[in-house]
Design a protein around this ligand. Structure first.
Ligand code: BGC
Ligand code: CA
Length: 364
């Protein structure tokens, strides 16, 4: 500014004092106007710059089928929620089953000043340390799918859990088998002895869903006076390949006797079906196999008739609940408007039975 003024006064040499003063005044007015326009423009531009909400998502294992369904939902819904003034930026980290690796990933999110971190914790008992670190950086944590104990979640009011009610999924899964037993027993009781012979493929030991699904699927039968006989049970850690191996072993040992396969998730149910086909069974000879999740490959298997039913674990509603929380927290809004939030901490979505009869309602 000062430099411009000097050069201006040098150009006015040879004019009268009044002329020069008038010119200087009009020049100053124009300069002031230009400066004002420039300032408004800058301020306007700053206002138009969209705010970016940065959300870190730490997965226990990215290749888990159910979790990849959650991630797909998060990515799609985050895009749908973007507006001219708000961008949602998701950064997904794969813990590959290691708590130590996941801790580092989460610490990085905290250091980089993410607005919120969503945690699918590898080891459910390791939450306290992470919560204390997040609290020190004042970054809210949304745990999901793998539930820390309540005592840990109570350490800070900016810690939440999004998931579902495992007991309900077990009861509904058992209910599918119970209803068929009651309506057309011959479809299940192949040997006609009046007993339901089953094997149980369990998820990871220590996971809240493993224990509760295993227990409640059978409870749904025994409560309805269906006599059951357990032939075998083992963990296959949620994985199709491991379930395939367990089932192949059982088929060798007790093959013909297995009437029902309960699997704590769809991937393991599909692994059991793989093993049956590999052992040379035809579709008619397959045992009655049920899963949980309603993942896309499981819905396909229901359509083909190899999987008899599943229980939808609502990945889309869980992703939506996580984004509701993340957006409200990053905007510093209160949480009163958040749908389904209980005790200021928990959002649990409802499970739903999926069978060939209502499959259409669940197809994408
Ligand atoms: C799902 C499983 C998944 C597990 C991972 C469960 O709720 O049903 O499919 O492998 O969560 O934590
Ligand atoms: Ca029987």
């Amino acid at each position: 500014m000062i430099l411009t003024m000097k050069s201006c006064s040098s150009r006015s040499r040879g004019r009268s004092h009044a002329e020069v003063t008038a010119m200087n005044h009009s020049f100053l007015r124009r300069m002031a106007l230009l400066a004002a326009i420039g300032f408004c423009c800058l301020a306007g531009c700053a206002e138009e710059e969209p705010e970016t909400v940065r959300i870190g998502v730490a997965l226990y294992q990215q290749d888990d089928t159910f979790l990849s369904t959650i991630v797909q939902n998060l990515e799609q819904q985050a895009k749908e929620r973007e507006t001219a003034d708000r961008k949602l930026n998701l950064n997904i980290a794969d813990g590959r089953g290691s708590q130590a690796a996941q801790n580092e990933q989460i610490e990085r999110f905290l250091k980089q000043g993410y607005d919120v971190v969503c945690v699918n914790i590898v080891d459910r008992t390791a939450a306290a340390v992470l919560i204390d670190k997040a609290r020190a950086s004042n970054v809210p944590l949304i745990f999901f799918n793998r539930e820390p104990v309540e005592e840990d979640l109570m350490r800070w009011d900016k810690v939440f859990y999004v998931g579902s009610d495992a007991e309900q999924s077990g009861l509904l899964q058992g209910g599918i088998v119970r209803d068929v037993w009651k309506a057309d027993r011959g479809l299940i009781d192949r040997n006609g002895d009046g007993l339901l012979q089953y094997v149980m493929l369990e998820g990871e030991p220590g996971h809240q869903d493993t224990l509760l699904r295993t227990e409640n699927s059978i409870k749904a039968l025994t409560k309805a006076w269906v006599p059951v006989e357990k032939l075998a049970n083992d963990s296959a850690n949620w994985q199709r390949g491991q379930a395939h191996t367990r089932m192949a072993q059982w088929l060798k040992q007790i093959g013909q006797q297995v009437e029902v396969v309960f699997a704590n998730n769809d991937d393991m149910a599909l692994g059991a079906i793989d093993a049956c086909f590999e052992a040379g069974m035809s579709e008619d000879q397959l045992p009655f196999v049920v899963g949980v999740d309603a993942t896309p490959p499981a819905l396909e298997a229901i359509a083909e008739g190899t999987l008899k039913g599943t229980v939808r674990n609502n990945a889309s509603a869980q992703a939506s609940a996580m984004l509701d929380l993340a957006c409200a927290l990053s905007a510093g809004e209160g949480l009163n408007g958040i749908e389904g939030l209980k005790n200021g901490k928990y959002i649990r979505t409802e499970y739903a039975v999926v069978t060939p009869e209502n499959l259409d309602e669940f197809l994408p």
